[in-house]
Design a protein around this ligand. Structure first.
Ligand SMILES: *Cc1c(COP(=O)(O)O)cnc(C)c1O
Length: 243
């Protein structure tokens, strides 16, 4: 099978899976955006998936994202930054992406707003620390409502909703719990601050059905779209390769 045929098949499989999950949840599948989580994928692979119909690409690493973007024609797709953010990278992130899913501090949101040069606002999502796992990043749940109030005031960004990255759960019913919590908090923050945030970025390869049941509007899929990622070489292997 060629790369192009593979991309067409994988894209069709994922779309069918989203449609089936939406039907089960009695939702319109067009409300659910498929974001291809393209970490470690080459520009050629990403282009094959764009040709197959993918409109949204997610990237975790700025340098890797810029390298891929430079190989592709501009303005074909929406670019989503989904990785952790260092404050010295905000200027590039503000101007190489359409969406940032991983906002967890006011300082970062302020910098992105100040550094955005495009005519259109940068779309932001707050990443919630939904399972109290601070090492993954994300706003502590008790601090979310206040951060919503602050970020929603910024000028060159548009606060659209939340992103969650829950810990792995096997049981489909348990998988739904963190997603339900995110949905409820979004409604509460909208009500409290008079906002109309509508985006819930939740669901990956292993739990997209559970996320769609709980109202996900963006699923971020890596493995089940592009295929399994190769594990990066260990430090030892790198050292050996260098000698
Ligand atoms: C890698 C990644 C995904 C996709 O994960 P898969 O399990 O491969 O589908 C989604 N979101 C984030 C933030 C990621 O880093």
């Amino acid at each position: 099978m060629s790369d192009k045929e593979y991309a067409i098949r994988q894209f069709a499989l994922l779309k069918a899976r989203i449609q089936k999950a939406a039907a089960k949840a009695k939702r319109n599948p067009n409300e659910i955006t498929l974001v291809g989580a393209a970490k470690q994928q080459t520009a050629e692979t990403v282009q094959s998936f764009i040709d197959a119909g993918l409109h949204d690409i997610g990237q975790n690493y700025l340098q890797e994202a810029i390298e891929v973007q430079q190989c592709l024609q501009p303005n074909q797709v929406n670019w989503h930054y989904i990785g952790q953010i260092q404050s010295n990278k905000t200027s590039s992130i503000a101007n190489h992406f359409d969406w940032v899913h991983s906002i967890d501090r006011l300082k970062i949101a302020r910098r992105l707003s100040a550094q955005r040069n495009a005519d259109t606002p940068l779309n932001l999502l707050l990443q919630l620390d939904i399972d109290d796992e601070p090492s993954k990043g994300g706003v502590a749940m008790h601090a979310v409502a206040d951060l919503v109030a602050q970020v929603s005031q910024l000028e060159h960004v548009s606060l659209c909703g939340f992103m969650v990255l829950p810990r792995a759960r096997q049981d489909p019913t348990e998988q739904r719990q963190p997603f339900a919590k995110a949905r409820e908090l979004l409604a509460l923050c909208n009500q409290k601050h008079g906002l109309h945030m509508q985006t819930l970025s939740m669901g990956m390869s292993a739990d997209l059905e559970a996320a769609i049941m709980e109202g996900s509007t963006m699923v971020r899929i890596g493995t089940d779209l592009f295929g399994a990622r190769s594990t990066p070489p260990t430090g030892d292997a790198l050292n050996q390769a260098a000698t």
